[in-house]
Design a protein around this ligand. Sequence first.
Ligand code: MRU
Length: 383
Amino acid sequence: MADHGVPVLRWADSPEGPVLLLLDQARLPAEEAELACRDVQDLVRAIRALSVRGAPLLGVAGGYGVALAAARGHDVAEAADRLASARPTAVNLAAGVRRVERAYQRAVAGEGADGGRAAAAALSEARALHEEDAEASERMAQLGHDLLRKLVPRKPLRLLTHCNTGFLVSGGRGTAFAVVSQVHAAGELRRLWVDETRPLLQGARLTAYEAMREDMPFSVLADGAAGSLFAAGEVDAVLIGADRISADGSVANKVGSYPLAVVARHHGVPFVVVAPVTTVDLATKRGTDIVVEQRAPEEVTHISSPYSPYHPEERGERGGGIPVAPRGADAYNPAFDVTPPELVTAVVTERGVISPVTSETVAGLCSPSRTTTSRWGNGMMNA
Ligand SMILES: CSC[C@@H](O)[C@@H](O)C(=O)COP(=O)(O)O
């Protein structure tokens, strides 16, 4: 795997107490700067400002946030509530937070542990979550690559992706981008098409940064240019991540994913979602039940660049930067959209691949008896 320089997220013990250090994604690719979170308030601010983002990494960061509150002797239950609700759509955030909170409570209740031992239990659970996420990445990379071999006989591949799904969003290599990386390592990548991903440009800023680090052949395109690539027969498959997959198999992901799924279906191109099982939320029954985060209009009416003299913290949570619309213009700014399961060719997880994507195959993926892919042979499960 490529050397990624500054770690995406790390725990450190400083003379002033424990601290969670994040590679500040709001500053990328202009600078690789670490942001220190000393308490849950710092971390919630970093999550809302997208200094740390992407579904699996939000889960890991949320877990460490609970450990941070415990280590600092703060109110862990209150900290967990604040973290879990910092952003509403990526279910991994609340799942990571609650998992570490449970470990902390178990240590307090079961063993009557003092604050120090319970805090240690929380940190060890956060570390376990971090490692599991890295392992899940590896497995998804392999399974996704195998699936593409079956779905698309032609080589080398032209893959299109939206938003950012590589090492920046995960304890490991990421989700959809990990598959691209596996294809590239096998010498089978002709080109990665990178949607710029308006309004916050996660594709242009972050996916391009990840692709450059792995020496991939890639091109950034305006989101609206994707249709012309399909029409020209230049896309062999679409690979995206997910922020939440509801029980019916609907996929919430970065806004702009749904229109891509529609165009892909029109052109007969596979539309593949890659996400760890922690992204599946059986408690959310249908796609229409998924809460889609609405963000500040300034993110649309203004353009900001990490190369500009305005630093993210000066722009604040409302975004901002250089105005491009008439002052006072209103804007519609959902952070995500929801793709119905019938437009999704397959969902790749660390436990295996489901295709078709239906309530039954999603439930099978999450069943307690399905802990490995071996039960399904090649990891592909049909309804
Ligand atoms: C593996 S990450 C999948 C998604 O989390 C990603 O595509 C995405 O939508 C991230 O949105 P963001 O708003 O930048 O957190």
